[in-house]
Write a protein that binds this ligand. Structure first.
Ligand code: MRU
Length: 357
């Protein structure tokens, strides 16, 4: 299977021509089962985001935008004000699905602003315009990844030791499954392939990413299928990898960047950044500019999603891994202090300290 064929197979969100449903890959079943499901109601879309069937900040944004357009098409009124009332109700409901990735709110707000700006149109026409706007959000995301990939690829060329594959570490999944196509943290790797590098010219170390194993289930699945040399390790093995000099650069994705450059990403990311600082490994956050939240001054104000204890005590295992009733700490994200970040790669360029966003 070519990389392009693989992309087609794992595009995480699609809005079919008839716009009657949102077609997503159920990421909770990967890597064993590649199954697409069709979401038809706002409750189904909300549940799919909440349960991480669709996940990753940009993919959540695309799903929210295209899902909202799909649901708006089903609103049964010709009255513009009534249409907007129901549209806003759906948008507000979807906004309660997950709190940390700002792309969800960014996409819903963009659709909302577009709807308000075009409320003078007949409702049927407005519905078509909303679908077109949601498709633009998807297309823009593909281009964003390409720009991030180009910048990240230059960095890969700079850090590569002569005669060796470039050693890259990534955490969680900021790949194809988490975006409209090329990923953010993975975009430099896919760009390298497009630029003629062999999969063996890079060696990507994927953190397993407890508790939901996005690195094991999703990132290593993606990169391995793309023909890139891929190694999977548990989260507590990063220090040793860096100590042995195997990591030349870290690329991670991001759910929200605060105005001072603090960046929230999957739980465990800040630990990787601290280790990278210790071992002198450059640490880059790959983030579409829609992930920058100018209204949140520092990481301390970023809402961190807390998830259920079962994800830690039993999910993914056949037997319970911890005693019944034990207290569990399960934040889904943590904040990496801006002082630990070598640079933030956006589609508009490479940002570096001092971050004043
Ligand atoms: O809980 P998840 O799986 O949605 O967390 C995803 C991440 O932390 C990603 O790294 C982030 O959303 C960036 S995706 C390009």
């Amino acid at each position: 299977m070519s990389v392009e064929e693989f992309f087609d197979r794992v595009i995480s969100v699609k809005l079919p021509e008839d716009c009657e449903s949102l077609d997503i890959i159920d990421q909770t079943l990967l890597p064993g089962t590649v199954k697409r499901i069709n979401l038809r109601t706002k409750e189904e879309l909300w549940e799919a985001i909440k349960k991480l069937r669709v996940r990753g900040a940009p993919a959540i944004g695309v799903a929210a935008a295209e899902g909202l357009a799909m649901l708006a098409k089903k609103i049964d009124t010709a009255d513009q004000q009534e249409f907007y009332r129901q549209f806003k109700e759906i948008a507000d409901y979807l906004a309660t699905s997950r709190p940390t990735a700002v792309n969800l709110f960014w996409a819903l707000n963009r659709m909302d602003a577009f709807c308000r700006d075009h409320l003078d149109l007949p409702v049927d026409q407005l519905k078509q315009e909303l679908i077109a706007e949601s498709r633009r959000i998807r297309e823009e995301d593909v281009q964003i990844s390409r720009n991030i990939g180009a910048i990240g690829f230059k960095i890969m060329q700079q850090v590569r030791k002569p005669g060796q594959p470039v050693g890259i570490l990534t955490h969680c999944n900021a790949g194809t499954l988490a975006t409209a196509k090329y990923g953010t943290a993975t975009a430099p790797m896919y760009t390298a392939l497009e630029q003629g590098w062999a999969g063996t010219d890079m060696h990507v170390y994927c953190d397993e990413t407890r508790p939901l194993l996005q690195g094991a289930r999703l990132t290593s699945f993606e990169l391995y299928n793309a023909g890139i040399t891929t190694t999977l390790q548990c989260d507590n093995m990063v220090s040793m990898l860096m100590q042995q000099g195997r990591i030349d650069v870290v690329f991670v994705g991001c759910d929200r960047v605060a105005a001072n450059g603090d960046a929230a990403n999957k739980i465990g990311t800040s630990g990787v950044a601290i280790l990278a600082k210790h071992y002198g490994v450059p640490f880059y956050v790959c983030a579409p500019s829609s992930t920058i939240d100018h209204d949140t001054p520092t990481g301390a104000q970023i809402p961190i999603e807390m998830r259920g204890p079962d994800e830690v005590t039993e999910m993914w295992y056949k037997e319970r891994m911890a005693p019944e009733g034990v207290d569990v700490f399960n934040p889904a994200f943590d904040v990496t202090d801006h002082s630990l970040i070598t640079g933030i790669i956006t589609e508009n360029g490479l940002l570096s300290a001092p971050y004043e966003l």
